[in-house]
Ligand binder design. Structure first.
Ligand code: ZN
Ligand code: ZN
Length: 274
């Protein structure tokens, strides 16, 4: 398996970090987890066009994780010479979300149908809602889902991808919880969105202080990694935007609780799982 961090940003605009999205290539499958800001630019940099994705899997419907989903739908459809249904997997609520995105796109869809003689189908999108259990099982790749805890945002889902005796966990936004522990057990790679608690506390914004109780801190991520005995912890979606040169400080806060490998994620970083 191969994990590519397409976007390692958060809602805060950052010239160096696209919005949250992660590509997991397992056997023949290209699996995209979340669709943050700039996902198709980063996907192109990783060598893939949107038509080459087999499944798009959403951890939750927060805007930073979904904001470029509409770009994916439109571009995959408009670039495809034949109907190429987009398979979307996500927590309950995903089907309604997809319907609303398609409604938002209806003007553009009609423009293109009217203009292009060889394009006579609307964007084909299929949706499977899953919160717990087997999300996918095909081509010797299994994707397991379990409830994460990002309340009051609910439901939210974390995923474990298994292939060839290896496992990768895409946690999404969550505090430590039983579902996450279950998925992480002895995983090779655990990708966790994180906040730096002390730095966030120093920011004089009441609204930003609301994020403490529904995100994993660096310490939380380290503790989850240690409890589950994962091999590699990957930190992504750091809040606030890290100052250049402070990466080691962020890693140290997680490393106080976990003695395995820790990677501070940057856009287009690749983690080979073998
Ligand atoms: Zn987020
Ligand atoms: Zn979120």
């Amino acid at each position: 398996m191969k994990v590519t961090l397409l976007g390692t940003g958060s809602p805060i605009p950052d010239p160096n970090r696209a919005g949250p999205s992660t590509l997991v290539q397992a056997g023949p499958l290209n699996l995209l987890f979340d669709c943050g800001r700039g996902v198709l630019m980063r996907l192109a940099a990783a060598g893939l066009f949107p038509g080459m994705l087999h499944h798009v899997i959403l951890t939750h419907l927060h805007s930073d994780h979904t904001t470029d989903f509409n770009d994916l739908v439109t571009t995959r459809w408009a670039m495809s010479p034949v109907p190429n249904p987009l398979s979307v997997v996500g927590p309950p609520g995903t089907a309604t979300y997809v319907d609303r995105v398609l409604a938002m796109l209806s003007d553009d869809i009609q423009y293109r149908l009217d203009h292009h003689g060889d394009l006579d189908w609307e964007p084909p999108v299929t949706v499977a809602e899953i919160h717990d259990g087997v999300a996918l099982d095909e081509s010797n790749v299994r994707v397991l889902a379990a409830p994460s805890d990002h309340r009051p945002v609910a439901p939210t889902t974390a995923f474990r991808i298994e292939h060839d005796g290896h496992a990768v966990v895409i946690a999404g936004d969550t505090v430590p919880c039983r579902g996450l522990d279950t998925l992480c057990a002895a995983a090779d790679v655990y990708v966790q969105t994180v906040i730096n608690t002390e730095l966030v506390k120093m920011i004089p914004s009441a609204r930003l202080q609301d994020i403490h109780d529904y995100h994993s801190s660096l310490e939380d991520a380290g503790r989850t990694a240690a409890r589950a005995q994962v091999r590699t912890l990957v930190l992504t979606h750091p809040v606030p935007v890290p100052a250049p040169g402070t990466e080691a400080d962020w890693i140290a806060l997680a490393a106080a609780h976990f003695d395995g490998e820790i990677i501070f994620g940057t856009d287009l970083a690749v983690i080979n799982v073998e």
